[in-house]
Design a protein around this ligand. Structure first.
Ligand SMILES: [Fe+2]
Ligand SMILES: [Fe+2]
Length: 243
């Protein structure tokens, strides 16, 4: 298992580990590091990936300088190695939305996590991240998204998940591949508010979409978010009519 590092925007590093056994095309697990006075990691990866991922991260920022450990929701690929990171980075703190902290992280995290209010900004010194509660988008009632304001990078977590080992960064269509992966995994919660929540992310005018599974995207990010919202709304309408 090896982890590749790419700087996808100024001071935003993507660490990608490809697992060929998952799906016929294989599947990537990506973490992101925001280099700043207070470096922030988004997604920890599962426990089994801690070795190669932490080694790759340490080549960009010494692990004991990491200040924030963050992720989109509570699943093994998002936060399985959280406590290994907390141990490796003694000054680091887990930050998450209020629901995630109350329901799971107060118990799961080896040090007390910080609960963020919806819309709260952390100034990292050189980077600024805004926390957004997005319940059930893509899944889990604690789900949240992080927006880095200086590069306008939306840390999307599992949104736009697609298979294969594409380039670190693409401007090609990601909505079609995301739709095909959704048909395969059935991972997203399609609720009456899913499309609306995704459209509020487009309203942030992101320039870059950083995806946990698949290539990051620097094409028309707002258009891609609106197209994904329309796709999900359409599926929900079809499912309602079929009943
Ligand atoms: Fe997930
Ligand atoms: Fe994931």
């Amino acid at each position: 298992m090896s982890t590749r590092t790419t700087e996808i925007a100024d001071g935003i590093f993507r660490f990608s580990t490809y697992v060929p056994e998952i799906t016929p095309d294989g599947f990537t697990f990506n973490q992101f590091l925001l280099r700043a006075d207070e470096p922030l990691l988004f997604h920890t990866g599962p426990r089994a990936m801690f070795g190669p991922v932490s080694e790759a991260v340490s080549k960009v920022v010494p692990l004991d300088r990491l200040r924030w450990i963050t992720f989109g929701h509570v699943e093994a690929d998002e936060c399985g190695s959280m406590n290994q990171w907390l141990a490796a980075a003694p000054r680091s703190e887990v930050a998450h939305g209020g629901v995630g902290v109350m329901v799971s992280l107060n118990d799961l995290a080896d040090r007390p996590p910080r609960a963020l209010q919806d819309g709260e900004v952390i100034d990292l010194g050189g980077k600024r991240v805004r926390h957004l509660d997005t319940p059930h988008v893509p899944h889990g009632w604690e789900a949240r998204i992080l927006f880095e304001e200086t590069t306008r990078t939306l840390l999307c977590g599992d949104l736009f998940t697609h298979t294969g080992d594409g380039p670190a960064l693409t401007a090609e269509d990601i909505v079609g591949p995301a739709g095909r992966a959704e048909q395969l995994f059935k991972a997203s919660c399609l609720t009456p508010t899913t499309g609306e929540t995704i459209r509020t992310l487009a309203d942030l005018s992101p320039k870059m979409l950083a995806l946990m599974h698949g290539s990051s995207f620097n094409g028309d990010a707002c258009g891609a978010l609106r197209d994904l919202a329309d796709l999900y709304d359409g599926w929900l309408r079809d499912a309602s009519r079929a009943r």
